[in-house]
Design a protein around this ligand. Structure first.
Ligand SMILES: *Cc1c(COP(=O)(O)O)cnc(C)c1O
Length: 397
């Protein structure tokens, strides 16, 4: 492979280079086959080369790619209605990535505050959260590694421990400048952390009694990943703002900031924008994604596959000392070990399997919804084998 010397060293990619994909399978440039249990980090939930998405992109490319938001965009209007209905939100702003969707949410919250004469609006954010790499979103992120070297950080964020309602109540008591709370319904990068079942309900109550916007970062959890369109839909509440990206375009870059009620009416011409956001190509892809999830009953498939994987993984691994927890919110799955296990990623890749390790010691699996039962069993067998070998080698070391 040539060309690496011209790329900035943002990443430390593994040497493998994929050339082709189909469903949950990838092939590299040497023709070696892999099983994909990462989905490009929760992006290609419909698998690679999904026929309806490929068709929609090809057909749109042959018609019109881009005109700008200076004109009405038919595909964008079509997608806005579809997406708002799935999210139970009133209005949407389209961006090109997750970080940009969160930037829009952060700007909404500040505008919401300024409209109430709060000159120094504050947003509550969580420890171990991840919201992106732009200046505002890395400032909102609860991970020093993401922030270090990029100070001064953007102000206006107050940090709280995740899944701790008392901490939020204390902030409410002591700070009258809070205008919103921004959190992930399940923390993905933070280690597949699933909060208590009434956590979102209680956050909603606090937001209501204090007049705060409840803003959910559903960039990783949305578009079916947890078995519902959005993870918040497992609870009875509705947030005021939701951000989406990752799986929304199944690989075509698109992000969205959705809002409801008062929050949906805050932006006016001149407040915020994007040259590319919501262009016909990206919207055509996202429309095909949403329609395919419906047409192929992929939410139900996600739930069934999650149950199969969870049962099988528990049967293989639950009793092992060194395996702390096995948990899943749909097909956002975490196997937590008692020690750091980053080396498993390269070992798996060598054996033809794409997995991820996050927060040091949590094996994160994000398989596509179209993975077959047979492929799922292969995933369980291979991952369990690697974990067992890893643990026994640690014990004898
Ligand atoms: C991936 C992710 C982001 C950032 O999305 P980008 O498209 O990389 O900017 C933000 N929030 C969460 C929860 C994510 O998982």
């Amino acid at each position: 492979m040539t060309g690496n010397e011209y790329l900035m060293k943002n990443y430390a990619p593994m040497a493998v280079c994929f050339e082709k994909g189909d469903g949950a399978v990838l092939w590299d440039t040497n023709g070696k086959q892999y099983l994909d249990a990462l989905s490009g980090i929760a992006v290609t939930s419909l698998g690679h080369n999904h026929p309806a998405v490929t068709r929609a992109i090809s057909s749109q490319a042959g018609q019109l790619l881009h005109t700008s938001n200076l004109y009405s965009i038919g595909r964008q209007q079509q997608l806005s209605e579809l997406l708002c209905k799935k999210a139970a939100m009133d209005k949407v702003f389209f961006a090109n990535s997750g970080a940009e969707a969160n930037e829009a949410a952060i700007k909404l919250a500040r505008l919401y505050g300024h409209n109430q004469q709060i000159e120094n609006p504050q947003i509550i954010v969580m420890e171990q959260s991840f919201h992106g790499r732009t200046l505002a979103t890395l400032s909102a992120t609860g991970n020093r590694k993401v922030q270090a070297g990029f100070e001064p950080l953007v102000q206006g964020f107050i940090r709280a421990p995740y899944n701790d309602i008392e901490a939020i109540r204390n902030i409410a008591k002591n700070n009258s400048n809070v205008v919103a709370i921004l959190l992930e319904p399940v923390q993905g990068e933070g280690g597949v952390r699933i909060p208590d079942s009434d956590y979102l309900n209680q956050i909603r109550e606090i937001c209501d009694s204090n007049g705060w916007l409840m803003m959910l970062d559903e960039i990783q959890t949305g578009i079916g990943r947890t078995g519902k369109w959005f993870a918040y839909q497992h609870s009875a509440i509705k947030p005021d703002v939701i951000t989406s990206a990752k799986a929304l375009g199944n690989g075509v870059p698109i992000g969205a900031c959705l809002a409801r009620g008062q929050a949906a009416e805050l932006f006016h011409p001149g407040h915020h924008g994007s040259t590319f956001g919501g262009n016909p190509l990206a919207c055509a892809a996202a429309i095909a994604v949403i329609e395919s999830i419906d047409n192929e009953a992929l939410l139900a498939r996600c739930t069934a596959l999650s149950e199969l994987l969870l049962t099988q993984f528990k049967a293989e691994l639950e009793m092992l000392p060194g395996v702390k927890d096995i948990r899943a919110a749909g097909l956002l799955m975490g196997i937590e070990l008692s020690e750091d296990c980053g080396e498993l990623v390269a070992q798996a890749l060598h054996n033809g399997l794409l997995i991820n390790v996050t927060a040091g010691n949590v094996i994160r699996l994000l398989p596509p919804f179209v993975m077959t039962d047979e492929q799922a069993m292969q995933l369980v067998a291979e991952t369990s084998r690697l974990i067992k070998a890893f643990l026994s080698q640690k014990q004898t070391a």
